[in-house]
Design a protein around this ligand. Structure first.
Ligand code: ADP
Length: 266
């Protein structure tokens, strides 16, 4: 049986605050409110949860959600082995028992029938029924549920129901402003501030194309990738094309205009 110690965040994950989110999260945790982190991909949501788990000294169990995920993948199932059948807790059950922060990343990817299992954990009941096992798990006092989702991907098929949304306190994330983002890129890659600033400038050109041929802007994560390539000795223009342009689009016109921007910036 895993213990809480197995899920501790041992080293401080670097997190550059953008606003009052650290204090507000501490308040939400103190009130044991379930928390929703909204925002585009690669803007720091997961890093924020890791940082907060470290700061609060609580174990963190992360689940990357996908559409094939079933309720059993979250709560657990009976397994058949040499000794017969035995129950194995899923990550949500484990987090509820151990008093961990359970982070369900990209929750909209999960099907609605899977998501209803979180409901009793997110209201005054703070319980998790294991129907197959006939057990009602009362969540440990330290347990907290955190979900992330990207409203940009939302469609009629893929949106959270109000009955789910209205169980959470929400934080709205976005790409940081250029000064903060430059500081993040420097810290994550070790490259010089001037160069990091130019990568951020390119990302901002890309972000202005959102809705004009791009579904999503160039994320902080991709800027960090480019910066790490540069740190390895890759020429900046090559690093930008490879990490910041080619991954985000297949549209030849957009690739062309971003490649032009690279030429102008470097
Ligand atoms: P997501 O929003 O998709 O969960 P992540 O938290 O994984 O994004 O962020 C992607 C990367 O961007 C991180 O690994 C980190 O390098 C960098 N990053 C983004 N925002 C921050 C921040 N505020 N502080 C530190 N690193 C950040």
């Amino acid at each position: 049986m895993p213990t809480a110690d197995d899920f501790r965040v041992r080293q401080e994950p670097f997190y550059q605050p953008q606003d009052k989110e650290i204090e507000l999260y501490e308040a939400a945790y103190a009130a044991r409110l379930p928390v929703m982190l909204k925002g585009p991909t690669g803007c720091g949501k997961s890093r924020f949860v890791e940082h907060m788990a470290w700061k609060l000294g609580k174990p963190l169990i992360t689940v990357a959600c996908n559409e094939d995920m079933t309720a059993a993948d979250l709560v657990g199932r009976f397994l058949l082995d040499a000794g017969g059948t035995r129950w194995q807790d899923g990550p949500l059950t484990l987090a509820a028992r151990l008093g961990a922060i359970c982070y369900l990343d990209e929750i909209v990817e999960a099907r609605q029938d899977t998501l209803v299992v979180i409901h009793p954990l997110t209201d005054h009941r703070r319980t998790l029924p294991l129907d197959k096992k006939g057990e009602l798990v009362a969540a440990h006092p330290d347990f907290q549920l955190v979900i992330s989702y990207n409203p940009g991907y939302q469609s009629l098929m893929k949106d959270l129901k109000q009955s789910t949304k209205q169980r959470f306190a929400a934080f709205q994330f976005d790409y940081p402003d250029s000064t903060l983002e430059t500081a993040i890129v420097c810290s994550e890659s070790g490259i010089a501030a001037d160069l990091a600033g130019r990568l951020v400038e390119l990302a901002q050109v890309g972000r202005r194309l959102k809705g004009h041929g791009l579904d999503e802007g160039i994320s902080t994560r991709l800027i960090v990738y480019a910066a790490r390539l540069i740190g390895q000795g890759t020429a900046p223009a090559d690093a930008c094309r490879m990490a910041m342009v080619r991954p985000i689009t297949d549209d030849p016109d957009i690739i062309d205009s971003l490649d032009h921007a690279i030429g102008a910036i470097f």
